[in-house]
Design a protein around this ligand. Sequence first.
Ligand code: PLP
Length: 383
Amino acid sequence: MRLADRYSNLQPSGMMKIFQAVDKMDGVINLGIGEPDFDTEHDIVDAAAAAGKDGFTHYPPLPGYIDVREAVCAYWKRHHSLESTPEEVLFTSGGMQSPHLAMQALLNLGDEVILIEPYFGPYSAQVEGCGAVPVRVETKEENGFAPTASDLEKAVTPRTKALLLNTPNNPTGRVYPRERMEKIAAIAKKHDLFVMSDEIYESLVYRGVHVPFASLPGMRERTLTMAGMSKSHCMTGWRVGYAIGPAELIKIMVVIASAQTFGVNSLAQKASAYALTNHDAKLKERKNIFASRMQYVASRLNEMKNVKCAEAEGAFYLFPSVKGTGLKSEEFVWKLLENSRVASIPGPAFGASGEGFIRIACTRSMDELTQAMDRMEAFCKSL
Ligand code: PLP
């Protein structure tokens, strides 16, 4: 067998290395995991089982069942005042499939896509998979890890086709304020850029509000809103997500998906429609739980020697600075894991702008978070 050259030197990612080490260790409190620790609510599971018994066991319509797409439109209108029609919605296999399909639909060889650091790792492989070029824009903590207009302007070239945004952000947990989004929108308009806006953490905002990029004036026709069920409804294992965008683009994405997955699991779609329609109270409940965990962890981090952490804004991540310890992020994370059995992710796993920071996911119970913070506090004191 001769594998493709592009896979001949495959290395585990920074995050993968940590998880592989954690698997071999006992007693680790893993704050590296980017998924809610809550199981899917049982009535959502029941909705899937009921759909199965009602005969939804066949190939689904390629873009998704109409009631499921209507549920997406209603959810975004109710929560974020974003108007859309079912023709503008595609149900996908996990949130991950949306950027992949959109890039396949939009990018020609050599086109450039702006990625804002620090960013969710898989984006760059998706860009490169289309023969396009990721152009990384560094950001700074003092700007909330959001790009300034001049940072973006400098990155734009005649080959720039698209821009990938993610707010609330993984890994920083920061939420872009409206004014910053408006500046980005002005640049998108000026240079005719398409915007892939990853808003998968839309339901987890603790400070300010979530502004869908597509809701800004003139942006709807040049934005794909990408989200899903994984984080909001604790449905990571169901692998369901969706994209909302111009019908012309959605049509092409459907054609590409039909050659890949041929639609999304029928039962998971029906369960998602149920969840999107009936679980607003649960969303609020879980948001409050994450908010108290994040506030607690941020305040504990700020009491630690040489650690500084911004207030929780969104998602379930904190991105404290460990620069004061004099250790590089990677060194800090590995020492913390080996000496104190607390797992976190080094900031540079998300791009060079992450140097000096670590990602902490508040996806453990309050008891475990307390223990983890006790261990980390002792570790920092010992440095
Ligand atoms: N986008 C971001 C920013 C994420 O953090 C994740 C998952 O961690 C995804 C997309 C993918 O979500 P899914 O598990 O639904 O594919």
